[in-house]
Design a protein. Sequence first.
Length: 151
Amino acid sequence: MSKDDPAATILLVDDNANGLTARKLILVEQGYSVETALSGEAAWELFQTIHFDVVVTDYKMTGMDGIELIRLIRESQSPARIIMLSGYAARAGLTPEAIGADELLAKSNKEVPELLRAVKKLSARPRGRGISSARTSGQAASRRISTKRAG
């Protein structure tokens, strides 16, 4: 990230305060502006008042989980990009498409470089309209191609 580029604003969400603090320190050190929330509910409150370029959320949290938070963000038609972190993703058979996230990362010893890679990639490419409209556009394009072949 060059000094001329504005830093992406990131919302980190995890009910594990130690993990939240560690991730925040790493991202701030890389030049990002970071806000944190210890619950999905607190994250949603912040999200409605502050523009975030990227949201990084844990999957399993007390109260509102990461999937519910992602659903609310997508329904708001926000262009924010979303990364879900999970220690359960592989076992639960989660995929980014199924949960509405742009990236799904496993909590592991490789988490830090993967998180930095994903944040850099996603903050450089703003999201178009919400995920549902992207899927709808893709389906419409597929129908147009099918119609042309049939005609």
